[in-house]
Write a protein that binds this ligand. Structure first.
Ligand SMILES: [Zn+2]
Length: 223
């Protein structure tokens, strides 16, 4: 990995192959699967629009966003990207500042949607740009950006989103089923990719650990 520095010989370079960290992967799979099931249960448990207050809906909705971001964060961790879990979770809810702005009469929702311009690709791109300015914390900005993308995807599954604001006031959406399938697919792909990369790294460490030993043995044999 990019942040590894030369150090004392590890178990790998001394010829012993460290076991793949299956336990860590099992935890990530459990977090992702548990979150996905919880999102489905949440959807079934939420009272209908007639039987709930805005606050109750908000609690259900933000919990759904946090669980969505948690699944993506599990994928990010599996790929061992240097991005803290919490930054993805913050990104998972930050765009709903837009709802607070609407409640406080600072802003109005786009026609046909309950969301304002905060729920657009432009705002997500501006968050990402933060990393180019605040370069030492670019990984945190990236985490928030990834979480914000997961937010847009969930909101497209539960409603309509002005993705192209302010260029266009068109609103975009998909079905809840597609959101769930897409989220599961993305998370499986990320955790699976992380597992493949870990296997690749271990296999190459094994080669690096075995080769010097065999060279040493043949040198000794030739002396
Ligand atoms: Zn939202």
């Amino acid at each position: 990995m990019w942040n590894q520095r030369p150090g004392p010989p590890s178990a790998a370079t001394s010829g012993k192959s460290p076991p793949l960290d299956f336990f860590a992967f099992a935890i990530l799979v459990a977090i992702a699967a548990g979150s996905w099931i919880a999102i489905a249960v949440l959807r079934l448990a939420e009272p209908g629009p007639q039987d709930r207050t805005l606050t109750i809906h908000g609690i259900y909705d933000e919990t759904g966003h946090l669980l969505t971001a948690l699944m993506v964060a599990a994928g990010v961790r599996a790929m061992r990207l240097p991005i803290p879990f919490w930054s993805v979770l913050i990104g998972g809810v930050i765009l709903d500042v837009g709802h607070v702005m609407i409640q406080l009469d600072f802003s109005e929702p786009i026609d046909g949607s309950s969301r304002n311009g905060t729920h657009s690709i432009l705002v997500v791109a501006l968050i990402a740009l933060g990393g180019f300015v605040d370069q030492r914390r670019a990984n945190l900005w990236l985490g928030v950006t990834i979480g914000a993308l997961s937010h847009l995807w969930r909101d497209m599954g539960t409603g309509l989103v002005p993705l192209a604001w302010p260029i266009s006031h068109e609103i975009w959406g998909t079905s809840f089923t597609r959101y769930m399938v897409g989220l599961a697919g993305l998370t499986v792909a990320m955790i699976g990719s992380g597992a493949l990369l870990a296997i690749h790294e271990r296999a190459n460490r094994d080669v690096a650990g075995i080769t010097p030993a065999s060279v040493t043995t043949s040198n000794r044999a030739g002396q």
